[in-house]
Design a protein around this ligand. Sequence first.
Ligand code: AMP
Length: 197
Amino acid sequence: MILMLLGPPGAGKGTQSQLISDKLGIPQLSTGDMLRAAVKAGTPIGMKAKKIMAEGGLVHDEIVIGIIADRIAEPDCAKGFILDGFPRTLAQADALDTLLKSRGSKIDCVIELKVDDTKLVDRIECRARETQAAGGTVRADDNADALKTRLIAYYRETAPIIGYYFAHGLLKPVDGMAPIEDVSRQIDEILSEFQAA
Ligand code: AMP
């Protein structure tokens, strides 16, 4: 099964993708995590992405498309995967369609986490505080300035792909403002329809 989670920064895509991954035994592919690992390792991709990410902008399409193309070719993706944070532009969505077509597969379902924008700043600040309290490293882009840029990038570049997947009959909206367990339950219900099919 090939799934995608869509939603603005702080909507809970990472948390829900991880839960689905544990349940279905298919990997979570987070381009954000992969890019952060590249930044940490100081690879050429990481060096290109570092400043853009810290400021909340979008990394170039060719870079993220290349990362995803390599990742989905790995054996653990053969039975499916969960896309978390990719695609973020229409060009990425088109490239994904082409990539999937070339391996004879297609997206089964796009889950949209619908959230109240006014709550996103609180959520991101809360995530930063919790990470700090747990002794972890706070993301360079989990601050009010970068969040504003991330939100602008989301509405300019990513929101149009919601319409694209709706038009393809793939979009399943869920209430992302509910507690984590409730959101997870809504997603389970959607996925059970696919498993029953
Ligand atoms: P995330 O962890 O998904 O919030 O991503 C963190 C940051 O990584 C984003 O704000 C972007 O700078 C970059 N990034 C992650 N995925 C993509 C993507 N698909 N396209 C462009 N930039 C991305």
